[in-house]
Design a protein around this ligand. Sequence first.
Ligand code: PRP
Length: 216
Amino acid sequence: MSRQVTIALPKGRLQDAALAVFARAGVTVSPEELDSRRLWVDDTSGRFRFVLVKPSDVPTYVEYGTADVGVCGGDVLAESGADVHAPVDLRVGRCRLVLAGRQGEGARLDARATARVATKYPRVATRWFHARGVPVEVVYLSGSVELAPVLGLADHIVDVVETGRTLVDNGLEVLETLERCSARLVVNRAAWQLEGPALRALVEALRLARPEEVVA
Ligand code: PRP
């Protein structure tokens, strides 16, 4: 394929881990380029362009075809509902989506009472509660979700946990794990059909470049 492939990369905690997998797959970016505040950067071959976007926006860029491929957490993908192809688990950025509440309160879900849950993941949370027949009121927050039970805005939160430090430091504990997540490579469905061989080569290179599977 002669045209440049556009890759939507999430700014923030997944960015470096994702770039490391791309580098092992032969798609490298010079550190000087990354030092800039510019929100796009070409790889050293000029065949690929990374666009740096907010993590939760990656599925949107890929679904609309503005980016051919992207990297996003399984948590973001589950919440987005975007119609994209997700062919590779990149095995970086491992985390869990959990239900958490105040430490030591033994908060149990009661199918007769409505649980008030604060979260950045309203779809995931709603689906999970509905699947268990527990009525839920979801309060959408866009960050610092751990404050909600502390301040009494909600009884529980559904949030992503990586080290668990933020929960502990805010007096919260995990009540249930909803799902385990890691970074996924997502591909625009039309590009996957039209640019098949070139994108398949990239996908295969990334599959070989990702870390070994961790056996739990
Ligand atoms: C995420 C998440 C937790 C924290 C968990 O927030 O919402 O707050 O990371 O990480 P830990 O288990 O390693 O402590 P993020 O840093 O993405 O910021 P945000 O709250 O602004 O979304």
